[in-house]
Design a protein around this ligand. Structure first.
Ligand code: IMP
Ligand code: MG
Length: 187
């Protein structure tokens, strides 16, 4: 922890350690390997938050996957959803007939992925499923199937392992609850 000591001072507490993340990601990779046996899933990384998770997850999947990246935004610098979702970067390939796995950092209200799923559904994929590192079921505002998740977490704002607050803390190796004093002055 000492290599990032400054960043850790902004945390209320560490919620999930790097070891716990590693174990859970490994398990999920094995599950996906089983479920997609004989297939070549197209794994879509949702930038930027899912980068660390994606990077670790795909190496735990023993299948010929392909990598794609999308960037969508719904948040700005706030800790609450704006309700506005837009695609900032799209995939470069035709996904007709492909088995898509959307890889996301966290499903909170569910609005971002619900929107994205609807967009992708118009592109004739064979299947679309969601793999998220974190799931906040208490905050769900739309009906959304989340096929895979590593951790259910309580309603708290978390950072680290790719997750940010105002673009900071993504490089924390563990996941922690951000101290409210960091964002209480936000407008
Ligand atoms: P949703 O549309 O409310 O499900 O929001 C999903 C997006 O909000 C995620 O991709 C994150 O970028 C962001 N988000 C939601 N909760 C948190 C959190 O606790 N920490 C950091 N980002 C979050
Ligand atoms: Mg995100």
């Amino acid at each position: 922890m000492d290599t990032n000591a400054k960043l850790y001072q902004d945390l209320e507490r560490v919620l999930i350690t790097r070891e716990e993340i590693h174990e859970a990601v490994k398990k999920l990779g094995q599950q996906i390997t089983k479920d997609y046996a004989g297939k070549e899933p197209l794994m879509v990384c949702i930038l930027k938050g899912a980068v660390m998770f994606y990077n670790d997850l795909i190496r735990e999947i023993d299948l010929p996957i392909t990598m794609e990246f999308m960037a969508i935004s719904s948040y700005g610098n706030s800790t609450k959803t704006s309700g506005v979702v837009n695609i900032r970067k799209d995939m470069d390939v035709d996904i007709t007939g492909r088995d898509i796995i959307i890889v996301e950092d966290i499903v909170d209200s569910g609005m971002t992925l619900s929107y994205l799923k609807k967009v992708l559904e118009t592109r004739n994929a064979a299947s679309i499923s969601i793999a998220t590192l974190l799931n906040k079921p208490a905050r769900r505002r739309v009906d959304l199937d989340v096929e895979y998740y590593c951790f259910n977490i309580p309603d708290a704002f978390v950072v680290g392992y790719g997750l940010d607050y105002a673009e900071k803390y993504r490089n924390l190796p563990d996941i922690g609850v951000l101290h409210p004093r960091i964002y209480t002055n936000e407008t």
